[in-house]
Design a protein around this ligand. Structure first.
Ligand code: BGC
Length: 416
C-alpha cells in the first residue's frame, strides 16, 4: 500500500466525523458525463455540493463508457496529480484499490449505514478487502431498447418480445424508409449491443458462463456463433454514416424521428428527457427482446484518490452527498439510471425508471442480474478490451461469425 493511501486511511476517517462546509475545499471531479442528459444530471450533483459550500472543478473527458477518461486518469495519477474524485466502473475500481490508490470510506459508510442499503452486487465493486473504497451513485442497465413511438404507431408495430419479432419490426421500419437502428460505430457501443445479444441467445446461464466465468466452451460454442450471426444481422439495419458516431447523436436520431430504435443503456433516457420527451407518449422503453427478466448492469461510482489533507473533508462531503437518499432520487430521475440504494422510493421516477427499479429487484431475486461486459462489470479491463476488439472487428465485417468465435476464445484467454 502506498504512503499516501495509508495516510488517507487514517485522516479521511477522522475528518469524516467533523466534516462540514466550513472545512470543505473544492472538489476536482474527473468524469465522462458530457452529453446533454449527462450534464443535466451532473448539475444535480454540482448544485447539491454548492449548497454545502463545496466548489466544483470540472475535469470532463468525453467518450462513452469511460475508456478515454481512464487513460487520462492513469496519466494524472502517474504525474502525481490525482483528481479529488473520479467516476469509475466495476473492475476499474477494484484495480485502483488493489494498487492502494483509493481512500478508505469505512467511517462514513458505518456512520450512514451503507452496508444495509447497498445491494451485494454493488458492494462487490464498492468494497475492496472488506473496506468501502467508493460511493455508488446509480445502477444503469444495458439491455434496453429506446424506440420512437410515432414510428411504431404509424407502422402498427407492437413491442417485440423475441428475436423474430424484433427482426420483423426492424424490417418494417427499414422498408418504410427510416433508419431502423440508430447506432454509433464505436467499440463500446458495439459491445453494449453484444451484452444484450448474448443474453438474448442463451439467457442468464449462457451470459454468465461466457461473459462472467469466461468459460472457453461457452465463448467458443454454437450459441456464441448464433450471437455473432445476430450481430451481423443487426449491422444490416444501421445507416451508412454510423461509423464513429457518438451514442447521444444516435439517440437524437430516434428522438427526431429519423430512426426507429436504439439499443443502449438507460443513460439514453437522459437524452430523451433533456429533449422534453415523455415515455409512453413520445418514446418507448422496453427490454431487448429475449432478455426480459434479466438485467445486465453497471454502476457509476465515485472513488476518492489520495489528495492533500485540506481536500479530504470535501471528499467525505461528496461521498455523503452521493449516498443521500434524496440525492439518489433527484440525480437518477434525470440520469436515466436507478438508485444504488434499495430504500429510495420510486415516487419521482417516470414509467421507465419505475420499470427499471422493478426489473432490477426481480433480476436480483431470481439470480438473473449480471455485470455488463461492455461497461466493466463482468471482467477486468484487459478482458473487456479483448472482447471489444473481436466484437468490433466482426461488426465491421473483418471476421465472419465462425472466425469471430475462434478469435474471441483466443483473445479472452490471452487477456487473462
Ligand atoms: C456510464 C454512464 C454513461 C455512459 C455513456 C457508461 O459507462 O456508466 O453513466 O452515461 O457510459 O457515457
Amino acid at each position: 500500500m502506498s504512503r499516501i493511501s495509508k495516510t488517507l486511511m487514517g485522516s479521511v476517517a477522522g475528518l469524516a466525523m467533523m466534516s462540514g462546509a466550513a472545512l470543505a475545499d473544492d472538489v476536482e471531479v474527473l468524469h465522462w458525463w458530457t452529453s446533454g442528459g449527462e450534464a443535466a444530471a451532473l448539475n444535480v450533483l454540482k448544485d447539491d455540493l454548492a449548497g454545502k459550500g463545496i466548489g466544483w472543478t470540472d475535469m470532463p473527458v468525453a467518450g462513452g463508457g469511460g475508456e478515454q477518461a481512464m487513460t487520462v486518469l492513469r496519466a494524472r495519477v502517474t504525474a502525481g496529480n490525482a483528481p479529488t474524485a473520479v467516476q469509475m466502473l466495476g473492475f476499474d475500481i477494484q484495480d485502483w484499490a488493489a494498487e492502494g490508490a483509493l481512500a478508505n470510506l469505512n467511517d462514513l459508510a458505518a456512520k450512514e449505514g451503507w452496508d444495509d442499503v447497498v445491494p451485494a452486487a454493488l458492494q462487490r465493486f464498492a468494497k475492496h478487502d472488506g473496506n468501502w473504497i467508493s460511493a455508488p451513485v446509480n445502477v444503469h442497465s444495458t439491455n434496453w431498447v429506446w424506440a420512437n413511438k410515432k414510428i411504431f404507431d404509424e407502422l402498427g408495430i407492437a413491442q417485440p418480445t423475441n428475436w423474430d419479432e424484433l427482426i420483423a419490426a426492424l424490417d418494417k421500419i427499414q422498408a418504410a424508409g427510416y433508419t431502423a437502428v440508430a447506432h454509433g460505430g464505436q467499440a463500446w457501443q458495439d459491445a453494449t449491443i453484444f451484452d444484450s445479444v448474448v443474453m438474448g441467445v442463451g439467457g442468464p446461464e449462457f451470459y454468465k458462463a461466457a461473459m462472467v466465468d469466461l468459460d472457453p466452451a461457452a465463448l467458443g460454442g454454437e450459441q456464441m456463433k448464433t450471437a455473432f450471426d445476430r450481430m451481423a444481422k443487426l449491422r444490416s439495419y444501421v445507416d451508412d454514416n454510423f461509423s464513429g458516431r457518438d451514442w447521444n447523436l444516435a439517440s437524437a436520431m430516434v428522438i427526431e424521428g429519423q430512426a426507429g430504435v436504439q439499443f443502449m443503456g438507460d443513460w439514453a433516457k437522459g437524452e430523451f428527457l433533456k429533449a422534453g420527451q415523455v415515455p409512453g407518449q413520445d418514446f418507448l422503453c422496453f427490454r431487448f427482446p429475449g432478455t426480459q427478466g434479466a438485467v445486465t448492469f453497471n454502476s457509476d461510482q465515485f472513488a476518492m484518490f489520495g489528495v492533500a489533507d485540506d481536500q479530504q473533508a470535501s471528499q467525505v462531503e461528496m461521498a455523503s452527498s452521493v449516498m443521500s437518499p434524496t440525492f439518489q432520487s433527484a440525480f437518477n430521475v434525470v440520469k436515466g439510471s436507478v438508485p444504488a440504494r434499495t430504500d429510495v422510493p420510486d415516487t419521482d421516477f417516470d414509467a421507465c425508471g419505475k420499470q427499471g427499479m422493478k426489473d432490477l429487484a426481480a433480476a436480483s431475486a431470481s439470480g438473473s442480474l449480471f455485470g455488463s461486459m461492455a461497461h466493466g462489470h463482468a471482467a477486468p479491463a484487459g478482458v473487456k478490451n479483448a472482447v471489444y476488439d473481436v466484437v468490433t472487428a466482426h461488426f465491421n465485417g473483418e471476421y465472419d461469425s465462425a472466425t469471430a468465435v475462434e478469435e474471441l476464445v483466443a483473445a479472452v484467454e490471452g487477456a487473462q
